[in-house]
Design a binder for this molecule. Structure first.
Ligand code: UD1
Length: 420
């Protein structure tokens, strides 16, 4: 049995919503606990299925994991297991994040090639060549990444070809326990990545340059457990900001951090949204139809690829024509075919999508293809006449703990339906 969402279009979303902790930080923090034996507690963890999968993976590696609402405590043994099996890893991209900590601590790791959202090819070449630069041998065979450094890792100068979030995370979590100094050039700067770096520092790691393209890591011989509060989810925050703009609504996003979303908020302002922010969060109001906006996705501080489907949906009902360029994941336009079912006028050519805004979309059955596309289709349904059914809504639950319930609290008519 699966679930779908039934959306009756027309509501203008209005009210307050609280932002959960960042999925793409919390899962990585959980994996990084492997670096230190003992009990680490991470709070403000979102209540989503992926956290359960990461907890199962850590349990399989010998950790004791307990969850209490949005807090997770992980008790890491002196010698965790070194093999992350396919049956769990296939469900979660972030499981690749156990690779760096396991090689650094145990001198060996075997991690199945990860799954996750179908948004295009997601290579591991930067992870592997970076570990080799740190003195490991690493290769892919029979669907697993094998990495080995029986005599420990050694600091090195690394330069990433592209500031991959996952590769920077794995190399940082390996370098913190390497002997000597590692310099990583062209490192990721995403706020979720910076949160991981702060977490490692609170475990005793010596890292300089977080949030800049050059990281300098002075390896230490051991790390200790810690307690950490996950940062608010910037993509969920951005989703609510687009929800206000698309429904001509007025939403106060409690806990949302404007500094993590400078470019998306600037773009929403040019679409006509009135945005105010402070320590409590961000308020986004929209009066009248949005104006179309051009964007190109890029690594942070560029426009986040995870918000690209929301930009396409906003442009689908905006006044004017827009071009959206996807530079990070080539598969992220897959959901466009679904949006076209609602009457959107979009043509895709390579990594560019041209969108001609229409006054109103018309409700239809569609399918969620990944987390963000799923959320975007629900919002498009709200901006459509009649009923929209979004099939495979489990994708949405992977990134948003209670999306339909929160939408209802803001005045939307959205219900979960079971499908045989
Ligand atoms: C993470 C996020 C994802 C987000 C993305 C970019 C998680 C679980 N997912 O994904 O939601 O959209 O960052 O902000 O945190 N690449 C290679 N070789 C490598 C590594 C990456 O070619 O070794 C390519 C990928 O195929 C992709 C691009 O680099 O085209 C970006 O990938 P990366 O930044 O690594 O994204 P993820 O960490 O997988």
């Amino acid at each position: 049995m699966s679930e779908r969402l039934r959306i009756v279009g027309g509501a203008r979303l209005h009210g307050e919503v609280s932002v959960c902790g960042a999925k793409n930080s919390a899962l990585k923090l959980m994996a990084a606990t492997l670096l230190a034996p003992g009990k680490t507690t991470i709070s403000n963890v979102p209540e989503i299925a992926d956290v359960g999968i990461m907890a199962d993976l850590l349990t399989r590696l010998g950790c004791r994991v307990s969850r209490e609402r949005n807090s997770v405590t992980i008790d890491v043994p002196q010698t965790p297991g070194h093999r992350a099996d396919y049956d769990l890893v296939r469900k979660l991209r972030a499981s690749i994040n156990v690779l760096g900590p396991l090689v650094a601590r145990l001198g060996e790791a075997e991690v199945a090639l990860p799954g996750g959202d179908a948004i295009g090819s997601r290579g591991l070449d930067f992870h592997i060549s970076g570990l080799e630069m740190l003195g490991a041998t690493a290769h892919i065979e029979h669907g697993y990444v094998f990495a080995s450094a029986p005599h420990g890792l050694k600091g090195a100068a690394l330069a990433l070809e592209f500031p991959s979030v996952g590769a920077t995370e794995n190399l940082l979590t390996a370098a913190v326990l390497a002997s000597g100094t590692t310099v990583i050039e062209n490192a990721a700067r995403e706020p979720d990545f910076v949160d991981l770096g702060e977490f490692l520092i609170s475990m005793g790691a010596e890292i300089e340059g977080l949030g800049t393209p050059t990281l300098t890591v002075h390896g230490v011989s051991t790390l200790h457990p810690t307690n950490h509060v996950t940062i608010p989810d910037r993509i969920v925050t951005g989703t609510w900001a687009f929800a206000a703009a698309m429904t001509e609504g007025d939403i106060t996003i409690l806990g949302g951090r404007a500094q993590d979303l400078e470019l998306p908020l600037e773009k929403l302002a040019s679409a006509g949204a009135i945005i105010t922010s402070g320590t409590h969060g961000i308020r986004v109001r929209m009066e009248g139809r949005p104006k179309s906006i051009d964007i190109a996705t890029l690594p942070y501080p560029g426009f986040p690829t995870d918000l690209q489907p929301l930009v396409i949906c906003l442009n689908a009902i905006a006044d004017g024509n827009a071009i959206v360029t996807e530079n990070v994941f080539e598969g992220r336009f897959m959901f466009v075919n679904e949006l076209v079912r609602l009457g959107a006028q979009i043509s895709v050519d390579g990594h560019h999508a041209s969108i001609h805004g229409v006054e109103r979309l018309s409700g239809a059955p569609v399918a969620a293809t990944d987390i963000r596309a799923g959320a975007a289709l629900v919002l498009a349904g709200l901006a459509s006449d009649g009923v929209t059914l979004v099939e495979d809504s489990f994708h949405i639950d992977r990134g948003y703990p209670s999306f339909p319930e929160e939408l209802r609290a803001l005045g939307a008519d959205v219900t979960r339906e079971s499908v045989d």
